[in-house]
Design a protein around this ligand. Structure first.
Ligand SMILES: [Zn+2]
Ligand SMILES: [Zn+2]
Length: 257
């Protein structure tokens, strides 16, 4: 594993460590590419404040800090500037308009809400409601189909507790879309280390049976999460039993500009 494209910064209000600390940790771990993909600021209506992302006014500092560090470290590691983006019909266009004013290399899709953070529900909350599972899959596929995203982060963030038949029926639509669009699906290291419900066997067994492509993402909310799978206890077993292959973990960057 030579690359990680899923890294946060303190600006998202729930991560720690300076950009420099993340970069130093990535070099120490032997990465050749480090992509920053902090939670994108959203052009939400007046009065709605998200507690999990930077404010619009912080884009300038985020990007200029990374531009400086990219230059400073260019002989040791390649730094990419990106965001983890929530797809929604309602906000995607104004969001793109704002972030395209500043340096930008790539976007990953991380679908935490359906159909969006303002009008919808958090998909990581436990549910046995098929409608919610369907809503998650529908909005996620719509985002994937925009062609903006380099990959799909934590595809199994939806915390559906119902039976396997229903789960597989909907999630196989998402896997099929990833194959048709040649969009890798992420195994999320942070979720694994933190003992969350994702990455889960149920999803990755389905996805590998269907022949999906995978990418490993640290989803680093602290520099010490920047680890290769072999250095994360239990993760190699998880990947093996689900037949997840990732090679050097370098993915094709999609143009989002
Ligand atoms: Zn995420
Ligand atoms: Zn993330």
């Amino acid at each position: 594993m030579l690359a990680n494209y899923h890294t946060h910064t303190v600006r998202c209000k729930h991560a720690k460590g300076t950009e420099r600390e993340y970069i130093e940790a990535a070099i120490k771990e032997g990465f050749k590419i480090l992509g920053f993909s902090d939670h994108v600021p959203q052009p939400y209506p007046e009065g709605f404040k998200s507690g999990i992302r930077m404010d619009m006014s912080e884009i300038e500092d985020y990007t200029s800090t990374l531009v400086k560090l990219r230059e400073e470290y260019k002989d040791r590691i390649e730094i990419l500037i990106g965001y983890e983006v929530e797809y929604s019909d309602r906000f995607i266009e104004p969001l793109l308009k704002e972030i395209r004013k500043f340096p930008l290399d790539y976007l990953i899709q991380g679908q935490h809400f359906a159909p969006n953070e303002v009008d919808g529900f958090y998909v990581g909350a436990k549910t046995d409601d098929e409608e919610r599972l369907k809503a998650y899959v529908d909005v996620t596929i719509k985002g994937m189909e925009t062609g903006l995203f380099t990959y799909l982060a934590h595809p199994d963030l939806i915390h559906y507790t119902g039976n396997d038949d229903i789960y597989n029926r909907h999630m196989s639509r998402l896997v099929k879309a990833s194959k048709d669009l040649d969009l890798p699906l992420e195994v999320n290291i942070y979720g694994f280390v933190d003992g969350r419900h994702y990455p889960c066997d149920r999803f990755f067994k389905l996805a590998s049976d269907m022949g999906a492509k995978f990418v490993i993402g640290c989803d680093a909310h602290a520099p010490e999460i920047l680890k290769k799978p072999g250095n994360v206890p239990g993760l190699t077993d998880f990947l093996k039993r689900n037949h997840v292959e990732y090679g050097d973990n370098i993915v094709k960057i999609r143009d989002c500009k």
